[in-house]
Design a protein around this ligand. Structure first.
Ligand code: ADP
Ligand code: MG
Length: 250
């Protein structure tokens, strides 16, 4: 689905991503691991259109999408979540989900004035969809909670829920498990597997928890110092000399 070719992202003279090439197969849950500062989040940011690459290309389903802005990628079904959740804290969980679909009828004054009936129907549909998403994620009881009151893990689930409000094809998850307790991490893991199996989502997942990676991801790509160091099954990666050395530090 995604082919990244010879990608570079330099900040001044510093090579955060230094010639990385990766492929993400349709239907896979691909893991992306590596020591802190390896360039994982920067790679995500370039793929997701947050940064322009210094060099290299990103291809999605055969189409060159290099440097397209995030909203164009969103319409192509390419979504990312952030390492730090960015919910609207004073809105409820349901309202946060209802905000997601782009081009809502209620957005323009014109539509508000001329299509009141349609907007009401649209909102009811969105609310229904949001409730289905919350049900899928097993957090229906949080629908009317202010998002700012959620725990870190619940916010991560909400992030995942946002991707379900639109027709995502591929979702990039940046440390979705960071600071999340084991029970909630399992819930997040289960939701990812179900979205993959039941809805055909492709995932690329940055995560430090190797149990989580081992349970979910195949293949696993390892980055270090802006480059791809290895790719393979979680088991083979953990026995790879270069990978072990990168984690222990040279
Ligand atoms: P990872 O997600 O693998 O921990 P990052 O992609 O966040 O790594 O960062 C890779 C390197 O690039 C780090 O050394 C970081 O300090 C640097 N870096 C990331 N973003 C910027 C930026 N906007 N400006 C300068 N340096 C950056
Ligand atoms: Mg990171």
């Amino acid at each position: 689905m995604i082919v990244v070719e010879g990608l570079h992202k330099h900040f001044g003279g510093f090579r955060a991503v230094d010639g990385a090439s990766i492929e993400i197969a349709t239907g896979s849950i691909t893991g992306l691991i590596g020591p802190n500062g390896a360039g994982k989040s920067t790679l995500f940011n370039v793929i997701a259109g947050v940064y322009q690459p210094t060099a290299g290309r990103v291809i999605m389903d055969g189409e060159d999408i290099t440097g397209l802005p995030p909203h164009d990628l969103f319409h192509k079904g390419l979504l990312r979540t952030f390492q730090i959740a960015h919910e609207f804290s004073s809105m409820t969980v349901r309202e946060n989900l209802m905000m997601v679909p782009a081009g809502q009828l209620g957005e323009t004054l014109w539509n508000t004035w001329f299509h009141r009936g349609r907007i009401a129907r649209e909102e009811a549909e969105l609310a229904k969809k949001a409730d289905d998403v919350l049900d899928f994620l097993t957090i229906s009881h949080l629908a009317d909670e202010r998002a700012g009151n959620l725990s870190g893990g619940q916010k991560k689930l909400l992030e995942l829920g946002r991707t379900m409000m639109v027709d995502a094809k591929i979702v990039f998850l940046d440390e979705v498990g960071a600071g999340v307790n084991r029970t909630l991490l399992n819930t997040i893991g289960d939701a990812i597997v179900r979205l993959n199996k039941e809805r055909g989502y492709t995932f690329c997942v940055i995560e430090h928890d190797m149990d989580f990676i081992g349970r979910l991801c195949d293949p696993v790509i390892v980055m270090a110092e802006g480059k791809v160091l290895a790719k393979g099954s979680a088991d083979s990666i953990m026995q790879n000399e270069a990978v072990i050395e990168a984690y222990l530090g040279r």
